[in-house]
Unconditional design. Structure first.
Length: 255
């Protein structure tokens, strides 16, 4: 199996201490976030990046992917600024040794119109071209269905472009069956998020396997496919439950 990571934004402590905590909880890696709008976590600030790199080295944890939470890919009026940020972000990914850039398109930055689709595709193509020479893959995480994700792949048309899959998001955003999407999109998937919650009422995260998001089904499917990349927990829970989640993933994947 691949290795087990956790999203930086799901760890109960902030800043570089999150990397230390992840290692102590039994995770092999942390999916970092660029930290836009968060002064103490904004990796565009050289002193912030250096602190994270120092702690990363000391605790021996890996940073397999880098998320662009908070960066709109669809606003044409922000194109010039966005492209400058992407250039710097790719350089940051190289220093972190992150091999996947996770590019989310949700909520107010979701793809809702043809104009949104076209500008998002343009943004993704641009960052793919910046990342290609470093062997970095760009993954789109979005609310699109299978057909539209395949259309996005065709439109971006870059060999280092892929889908970043999340087992819960298909239901969360459009009441779709995540397992159906996983089966159809699997050949195009670069990395996965796993989280869990109840599919009724409020949706606070639950320990993996305790909700209705097919977390176990997804991991068993990945195991059958000999998936050997990162499984990244996006479950926001207290420390003891996150320790349990790491062990649970390893158990299901057969480590």
């Amino acid at each position: 199996m691949g290795k087990v990571a956790i999203c930086q934004w799901c760890i109960p402590v902030g800043g570089p201490a999150a990397l230390e905590m992840a290692a102590k909880m039994g995770y092999d890696g942390v999916e970092m976030d660029m930290g836009f709008g968060k002064p103490e976590q904004n990796l565009l600030q050289p002193e912030v990046l250096e602190k994270f790199l120092e702690v990363k080295s000391c605790c021996g944890i890996q940073t397999p992917s880098l998320a662009f939470n908070g960066l709109s890919l669809k606003k044409a009026e922000e194109r010039e600024n966005r492209e400058e940020i992407m250039k710097k972000a790719v350089e940051i990914a190289v220093r972190l040794e992150a091999k996947v850039l996770q590019m989310p398109s949700f909520f107010e930055d979701g793809i809702k119109t043809e104009e949104d689709f076209a500008e998002t595709a343009r943004s993704l193509k641009n960052v793919c071209q910046l990342a290609a020479k470093y062997g970095i893959t760009v993954g789109t995480e979005n609310q699109l269905d299978v057909k539209q994700n395949l259309r996005m792949i065709a439109q971006v048309e870059e060999s280092n472009f892929a889908v970043y899959f999340d087992n819960a998001n298909p239901y969360l955003f459009d009441k779709r069956d995540g397992m159906d999407m996983l089966r159809e999109l699997y050949p195009h998937i670069c990395e996965v998020h796993v989280k869990d919650f109840s599919l009724w009422g409020r949706k606070p995260c639950k320990p993996l396997g305790k909700g209705g998001c097919h977390a176990k089904d997804m991991l068993e499917f990945l195991k059958e496919k000999n998936y050997d990349r990162w499984v990244v927990s996006e479950n926001s829970l207290p420390e003891k439950k996150l320790i349990r989640d790491a062990a649970w993933i390893r158990k299901i994947m057969g480590e």
